[in-house]
Design a binder for this molecule. Structure first.
Ligand code: FES
Length: 398
């Protein structure tokens, strides 16, 4: 089914490429400029989007082995993801049930037991409270009721989702709206993390708009990606998750067998998977995935999180590779990752940081998303829809 969908998209793109057209939406849409900087609005988005929806907090390749863990802070919430001895993932609040100390510092590691650094209570790799220091003096408590606070989680297709609300009634699988079947085509389960980097950026929506925007490519990135890149995009939706793909006839679509022949005219069923999977795959509300070939088959997964203020965000970039690179490939992968970091940090986020200053003056009433920017329109529609939906009705959106 997912392969069929991929072929269907390729046929639509090919048709547009031949005609020099793209899918256009009905109207130009206006978004209030203050949605990007108003502190109350921003807080609502953090509370009602980031603290209620499943978030991509890791990838299988980051914590692949039994006993591996990852701790991080997500919109102020300390989280720990554990892989137990059977290989199963679970997620918890990284806060001891005695008086709330963090069990481990942010980062990754491998251990089966976690001893709280404050008074020494211990937990196992399933979050169960195993030991209370000086238990006979502390007094009686029921250990079985005092494990770490469990957070809903799902590991699927090489990606790990966690919901920060322990009482969430939103099923993560339902939330994915069938998009996981498309993500499965990347085959990320056995890929490994070559390197991760963090980049500071502007307001999370200013940054995220850029991931869905191919309109800017030949202009803003003319010195890096080149000015011959297409500025057209077709968008495809699975619930709030979207793929943006240029209908432009990419050079690698001509001679994808490297045999000097033009294979573009072949039926799409014969196209290689890499060509079929091109473009940007976004996972609402904060992730984008794009394929590269620096040092071998690779992707960059960008995990965007709001910072401490409306005008700040942090993006964790994961460079994932299908195979362990040799020395030469590792060098190429570094080069590719360096370029991508530069493009995002200097060109995209540099522009975003300056544009939000203009918006924050209050002198611009609204920003616009054109008929060729359907992806941005859909993104903002979902942001509005979600922050205006009460908890009990949230599952009905997906
Ligand atoms: S806060 Fe963890 S043992 Fe006291």
């Amino acid at each position: 089914m997912s392969k069929e969908k991929l072929f269907e998209m390729a046929r639509i793109n090919k048709d547009h490429a031949e005609k020099g057209t793209m899918t256009l939406v009905d109207d130009v849409v206006k978004i209030p400029a203050e949605n990007y900087y108003n502190p109350e609005r921003w807080k609502k988005e953090v509370d009602l989007i980031f603290k209620r929806l499943p978030l991509v907090l890791s990838v299988t390749g980051e914590i692949p082995n039994p006993g591996d863990y990852k701790a991080m802070e997500v919109v102020g919430v300390p989280v720990i993801i554990l892989r137990n001895k059977k290989g199963k993932i679970s997620a918890f609040l990284n806060a001891c049930r005695h008086r709330g100390a963090a069990l481990v510092e942010p980062g990754t590691g491998n251990q089966r037991r976690f001893s709280c650094p404050y008074h020494g209570w211990t937990y196992n790799d399933e979050g169960t409270l195993m030991g209370v220091a000086s238990a006979h003096e502390f007094g009686e408590i029921d250990k079985s009721c005092n494990g770490l606070i469990s957070l809903p989680s799902l590991e699927k297709e090489g990606i790990i989702w966690v919901t920060l609300d322990p009482k969430s009634n939103l099923n993560i699988q339902d939330y994915l709206s069938g998009y996981d079947k498309m993500l499965s085509l990347f085959g990320l389960e056995n890929w490994h993390v070559f390197e991760t980097r963090s980049v500071n950026g502007p307001n999370w929506k200013v940054a995220y708009d850029g991931y869905l925007d191919l309109y800017h490519l030949p202009v803003l990135h003319k010195d890096t990606f080149g000015d011959s890149f297409s500025n057209q995009a077709n968008y495809y939706e699975w619930g709030p998750h979207q793929r943006a793909i240029s209908p432009y006839r990419l050079p690698e679509q001509n001679d994808f067998n490297n045999d000097g022949k033009d294979h573009y005219e072949n039926s799409v069923e014969e196209w290689p998977l890499d060509v079929l999977m091109a473009g940007v795959w976004t996972i609402f509300p904060h992730v984008s995935i794009a394929s590269f070939n620096g040092g071998g088959r690779s992707i960059m997964l960008s995990q965007l999180l709001p910072g401490d203020r409306p005008e700040e965000s942090v993006t964790n970039q994961f460079y994932l590779m299908e195979k362990e690179p040799n020395e030469k490939q590792a060098e190429e992968a570094h080069k590719q990752f360096d370029l991508l970091k530069y493009v995002v940090e200097t060109e995209d986020y540099g522009t975003g940081l300056r544009l939000q200053k203009g918006l924050k003056t209050g002198l611009i009433d609204h920003v616009m998303f054109g008929r060729n920017e359907g992806g941005g329109q859909v993104f903002h529609k979902w942001v509005d829809k979600i922050i205006n939906t009460e908890d009990s009705k949230l599952p009905s959106l997906f």
